[in-house]
Write a protein that binds this ligand. Structure first.
Ligand code: PMP
Length: 437
């Protein structure tokens, strides 16, 4: 098909709710390592990684060789039969969870399903149905997970009974108008008020992303998760860490993002980066929590031998190539480069994140912090012109999300910063031209 035929077919045969970036959508043809090519043959430096999913480079040869061998051996049996790739992955996961405390896994096909499973398990374990989620969060597109999600634009269905939303730890736009650290992390303390005033006081749990992904990599202060987990446990609930974006070394040095806050969740959910592009979701729980989920349940493709082989190959690649260390080092190098860009470009109001999960929040005016939503769209177009891929997010659509494959080098970062800097310059020039007109 030609580019025009593809775009026409997209328009005619795909639900329009499947939105695309850019005024004219980008039609991708193929990809390798940190590069993506469009159908016209243009090469892009990919610093979004298919939404924080291509963790060890596009079409990673070491991973794909193992996947291809598994495809020729056994592709599918469903979970009513036992297969080695699934249990081997579960055994590996049990050995790397925080404090080795989460040892049982349930496999599905997506982050949404992983969170559905977590909520079900927490409800079975505690006997309570009430869940606390955070504002600005994103937890998926099933009915229940849209209910958990704390951003209006992503809620296409009715609210879900038994879900309440606490404020998030958004220091750049503090919900209480306070400053860290003199705020004494009031947002975390407020979870107790939320439980006492908006629930029965007996809760199944709190679900939170260590760093809020779709929200624009909002990163809570270091005390935050200890305070909220203590509160939630006091009221009988579990702490569910939604690590769909933050796991597998993405935040640097640690396997799981939550380890930076030094708390051990009762349940971790993940997806995205562990499959490097193949569809997988996983819910990992403390054994007594997993055991409480009694009754029949099945995910036909969950734990499929091909995707679980891919996931184990990704983890092996990360270990053998010191990728968590690389993410830490290259991530801090990139963070410094972004802070330099902030000195030069007044559009950048905030730089945040950890490891290779970094974001720029764009504002029209640093004093008022008015979200620069139109400029962010413009910057995306400029980045495309400069052949670099980044993501967009935030409640106001004014955050640039940066999450390249984790096996990139400092040279890739240098190239990225050049192209992003040029894009910011072009974008600011276009904005001023607009202002004069
Ligand atoms: N949780 C988080 C934190 C996510 O970022 C996402 C996807 N963006 C999901 C859950 C849902 O994952 P999926 O799209 O694979 O269902």
């Amino acid at each position: 098909m030609t580019k025009q035929e593809i775009l026409l077919a997209q328009k005619e045969f795909i639900f329009p709710a499947v939105f695309n970036y850019f005024k004219e959508p980008l039609v991708v043809s193929h990809a390798k390592d940190q590069y993506v090519w469009d159908i016209e043959g243009n090469q892009y430096l990919d610093f979004f990684g298919g939404i924080v999913t291509v963790s060890v480079g596009h079409c990673n040869e070491q991973v794909n060789a193992k996947v291809q061998a598994q495809m020729n051996k056994l592709e599918h049996v469903s979970t009513v039969f036992v297969n080695e790739p699934q249990v081997a992955l579960a055994k590996k996961l049990a050995s790397i969870t925080p404090a080795g405390a989460l040892t049982k896994s349930f496999f599905t096909n997506s982050g949404s399903e992983a969170n559905e499973t977590a909520i079900t398990a927490a409800r079975c374990f505690t006997g309570s149905t009430e869940i606390i989620a955070l504002r600005h969060s994103y937890h998926g597109r099933t009915s229940a997970t849209m209910g958990l999600t704390g951003q209006g634009a992503w809620k296409l269905g009715p609210p879900q009974p038994g879900v309440v939303h606490a404020v998030n730890a958004y220091c750049y736009r503090c919900p209480f108008g306070l400053e860290y650290p003199s705020c004494e992390v009031k947002c975390a303390q407020d979870v107790e008020q939320v439980i006492r005033t908006t629930t029965s006081g007996r809760v199944a749990g709190l679900i939170a992303e260590p760093i809020q992904g779709v929200a624009g990599f909002i990163t809570p202060p270091k005390e935050y998760f200890k305070i909220v987990t203590d509160i939630v446990r006091k009221y009988g609930g579990l702490f569910i860490a939604d690590e769909v974006q933050t796991a597998w070394g993405r935040t640097g040095s640690k396997w799981f993002g939550i380890e930076h806050w030094d708390v051990v969740p009762d349940i971790i959910t993940s997806a995205k980066g562990i499959g490097n592009g193949l569809p997988i979701g996983v819910t990992i729980a403390r054994p007594e929590v997993a055991d409480a989920m009694k009754g029949l349940t099945i995910s036909t493709f969950g734990g499929n031998p091909v995707v679980t082989t891919a996931a184990r190959a990704v983890l092996e690649y990360i270990e053998e190539n010191n990728i968590r260390q690389n993410t830490e080092e290259v991530g801090s190098y990139l963070m410094n480069g972004l802070l330099d860009l902030k000195e030069k470009h007044r559009l950048i109001g905030d730089v945040r994140g950890k490891g290779l999960l970094l974001a720029l929040e764009l504002v029209e005016d640093r004093r008022t912090k008015a979200p620069a939503t139109a400029a962010t769209l413009q910057l995306m177009e400029c980045a495309r012109e400069n052949r670099v891929m980044v993501g967009r997010g935030g409640l106001y659509g004014n955050v640039i999300r940066i999450s390249p494959p984790m096996n990139i080098s400092r040279a890739d970062v240098d190239e990225f910063l050049l192209r992003l800097g040029a894009s910011l310059t072009a974008c600011e020039a276009a904005m001023f031209a607009g202002a004069r007109a």
